[in-house]
Design a protein around this ligand. Structure first.
Ligand code: NAD
Length: 413
């Protein structure tokens, strides 16, 4: 995703998909804009007594298939354009896995690491107060995203319920288990990615003990490493912003996690070769999983990549130029809107459980997640074959057509 104007980039991707499927022109015109974007200014009394005003947004891109759905990001670089782009992506993501939700996204331009716990709680509550009239279990359901977590969701839920005077757990997902969260939610993104990875590996005839490199041993990447090791894969390369570690016999993921917990990085782990963080992409592995930042695979490093399969756990990790090179080399890419949709699928399960007041066991969540991810993979694969295109465009065309159908059925064309 280009840094300058993320929403323009999102619209370019839509245009590319539209070249293949040519949707109704009246619907296409509407999809050039979110349905609503809310901009809010949040005055917070800081610990030293002065008031600081933070800017936040909630973008509601499309609700034809169901209530808007998408996380809230707290990051200094958050902008209106980025939030809008992410809300469009959420619309395609919920459509590609065919859950009855639309797409939205929220954010506040803030560096949460610089806030005290009290200031962070005040900001979270203040953001929820500002958007409360525009969210709800049947309207728009936020969730965690970059630098927001279950604790913040708990504060926001509490604020919402105080305002409206009733328990409404379904207004927000990614909550702690004690107040209506779902089993599996914590590692749902990685689990969903594992299910589609297994499907893709089967298509390519990759063996169960294939080698894997994961760029970014953070929240999503570390769960992915653990799950793949458990499934019999050889996790050979792991990296974070400090360095890369490599052992082709297979790293011991739990030991690496303990090392990272103690030292703050995977670097320095004794059971591996230690290298700089950039070297992660250079290793010859069967499967590469970008799980760090946007555009981490770009024109500068794409030629170093030697792999057969890329599963995008991160959002937008491959630049447009790099993607062209990878496609030419016939490297299969499972795109982000499919590969990391497990998180939003389990968010949807959380809502369903909240609505019925009846909570599922872990096994039930996993079975239902697998069913949805497997079906979505197969449908995207079929679409890719039918249009003789990439999996990314297959996922986009499938998703955009689903949104188009819902808009038509509502008479919005
Ligand atoms: P995180 O901050 O926990 O982890 C990111 C990791 O990337 C960190 O370990 C960081 O050290 C590492 N990193 C940063 N720069 C790097 C570099 N140059 N080389 C190697 N590693 C580097 O974030 P996360 O929640 O795991 O999210 C990662 C990606 O996955 C993001 O794109 C996010 O949007 C996407 N994602 C996450 C979830 C989720 O449930 N966590 C859901 C959907 C999508």
């Amino acid at each position: 995703m280009g840094k300058n104007d993320p929403f323009k980039n999102a619209m370019r991707q839509l245009a590319e998909a539209n070249e293949i499927i040519s949707i109704d022109k009246n619907i296409y015109a509407q999809l050039q804009h979110p349905q609503r974007v809310l901009e809010v200014f949040l005055p917070i009394k800081m610990d030293d007594g002065h008031v600081e005003v933070f800017t936040g947004w909630r973008s509601q891109y499309n609700d034809a298939r169901g209530p808007y759905k998408g996380g809230i990001r707290f990051h200094p670089d958050v902008s209106r354009s980025e939030v809008q782009a992410l809300s469009a992506w959420m619309t395609w993501k919920t459509a590609v896995v065919n859950i009855p939700l639309g797409g939205g996204k929220g954010g506040v331009a803030v560096d949460p690491k610089k806030l005290s716990d009290r200031e962070l709680q005040e900001l979270s509550r203040s953001y929820m107060r500002a958007i409360a009239k525009f969210v709800g279990p049947n309207l728009d359901i936020p969730a965690p995203d970059v630098y927001t977590d279950p604790r913040i969701m708990g504060w926001m839920l509490d604020e919402y319920e105080k305002m409206f005077g009733a328990h409404t757990p379904g207004v927000i997902t990614g909550k702690p288990l004690s107040i209506g969260g779902s089993e599996v939610r914590e590692y749902s993104t990685a689990q969903g990615a594992v299910y589609v990875l297994l499907r893709a590996a089967e298509k390519l005839g990759l063996a169960k003990n294939s080698t894997v490199a994961i760029q970014g041993f953070g929240n999503a990447g570390s769960f992915m490493a653990e799950l793949l090791e458990r499934a019999g894969y050889r996790v050979a390369v792991l990296s974070d912003s400090h360095g890369t570690i490599c052992n082709y016999m297979g790293l011991k993921v739990a030991e690496v996690a303990t090392h990272k917990k103690n030292t703050g990085s995977v670097s320095g782990y004794s059971g591996a070769n230690n290298e700089g963080e950039k070297h992660c992409l250079e290793h010859e592995v069967d499967i590469l999983i970008p799980a760090a930042l946007e555009n981490s695979i770009n024109a500068e490093n794409v030629n170093l990549i030697k792999t057969k399969l890329i599963v995008e756990l991160a959002n937008g990790p491959i630049s447009q130029e790099a993607e062209k090179v990878l496609n030419r080399k016939n490297i299969l890419i499972v795109p982000d809107i499919l590969a990391n949709a497990g998180g939003v699928v389990v968010s949807y399960f959380e809502q369903v459980q909240n609505a019925s007041g009846y909570y599922w066991k872990k096994e039930e969540v996993l079975t239902r997640l697998k069913e949805i991810m497997d079906l979505a993979f197969d449908e995207v694969w079929k679409e890719k074959e039918k249009n003789r295109t990439t999996m990314r465009l297959g996922a986009y065309t499938l998703a955009v057509r689903r949104v188009e159908a819902a808009m038509k059925d509502r008479g919005r064309n």
